[in-house]
Design a binder for this molecule. Structure first.
Ligand code: 8YV
Length: 320
């Protein structure tokens, strides 16, 4: 226990959004400073920089080297999410700062939303909703026919925990599976493609379930979208950074791909406005893990990781 711990509680900076009941639990366990954004430099933050020993943050918040440097006694960054691409892992590793995440507990919900986006996109479900509300069913008759997932190939970029669960769901809907990964797996029956262009050329629906970060930055570029082709769909439940967003906007506007279902964007919460009038894209506000059940489990795990560290035990989900 560090000597400046108040009432035995360690000082933790918590970056929202994290559910209020998790913030309440965190307040019981830690001497908590709550901010609504990582850029907050309020007096409360500035006056406590040398007391802050832990950060709890959404996986996508940007806690870079510059920010970590401000906190000379920082020991742990606990990400509320499976992705931790917002944290500077190199700086953390160099300075003995642990990074933890919340794997497993969100796998099902993220895969569910991925499958939902495949259905919503191919079956025109959001378009259908707009069609009814605008009175077009009454005035114009049935809407245009849509596309069945059955018999189509789902190409998965990043066949990890979430990718595998998405594959299971897609198989129930009659889809075949292929994948591209950093390396070929020896425990799945699905055909492997050595790069994203090859996979895009071989599948009908390309789904992204890989980690974000430098290694996958703009992996899905104009060449991959061209290979996906005018009958192909893109589903992104990974990170916006994985896709060259300008190339995607162009492909959707020019109908050089058939459509897209997107839960994540390069500069959240800002979504390219050029997408708003397009009928061939379904947009979601980065909500794949956002169920009460899953966000509660993620929040509890985030606190468990911090608590284990401060109790001198290895955090259960340490990734750095
Ligand atoms: C969350 C996520 O939206 O797990 C991740 O990496 O992107 C999401 O589950 C995010 O971390 C919420 O804080």
């Amino acid at each position: 226990m560090n000597s400046d711990a108040r009432g035995g509680k360690q000082c933790v900076l918590l970056i929202e959004p994290i559910p209020s009941w998790i913030v309440d639990r965190a307040r019981e366990e830690f001497d908590l400073i709550v901010v609504s954004h990582e850029s907050d430099r309020s007096p409360e933050v500035m006056e406590n920089l040398d007391r802050i020993r832990g950060i709890a943050m959404p996986g996508f918040a940007k806690v870079d080297a510059e920010m970590m440097k401000l906190m000379p006694n920082l020991e742990i960054v606990a990400c509320f999410g499976v992705g931790y691409d917002g944290a500077d892992t190199a700086y953390a590793a160099e300075h003995g700062i642990a990074i933890t995440n919340t794997p497993e507990v969100l796998t099902d919900c993220v895969a569910d939303l991925g499958m939902g986006l495949i259905l919503a996109t191919l079956r025109g479900m959001v378009d259908g909703d707009r069609y009814v509300r605008a009175g077009r069913w009454v005035n114009e008759g049935i809407m245009d026919l849509t596309n069945s997932p059955r018999g189509r190939c789902l190409g998965i970029v990043g066949l990890g925990r979430i990718g595998l669960e998405l594959a299971k769901r897609a198989e129930v809907f009659g889809m075949t599976i292929a994948y591209y990964n950093r390396s070929e797996r020896d425990d799945v029956p699905y055909p492997y493609y050595p790069n994203a262009v090859a996979l895009a050329g071989a599948c009908d629906v390309l789904a992204l379930t890989c980690p974000g970060g430098e290694a996958t930055q703009n992996l899905i570029n104009g060449d991959v979208l061209a290979a996906l082709g005018a009958k192909g769909y893109l589903i992104n439940i990974a990170r916006g950074s994985v896709v060259d967003e300008a190339a995607l906007v162009a492909a959707l506007s020019d109908n050089t791909i058939a459509g897209a279902g997107l839960d994540v964007f390069a500069d959240e919460p800002n979504v390219p406005e050029a997408l708003f009038p397009l009928g061939n894209v379904v947009l979601q506000p980065h909500q794949a893990s956002a169920t009460i059940e899953t966000r509660t489990a993620m929040g509890n795990l985030t606190i468990d990781n911090l608590a284990a560290h401060f109790a001198g035990r290895p955090p259960p989900n340490q990734v750095v």
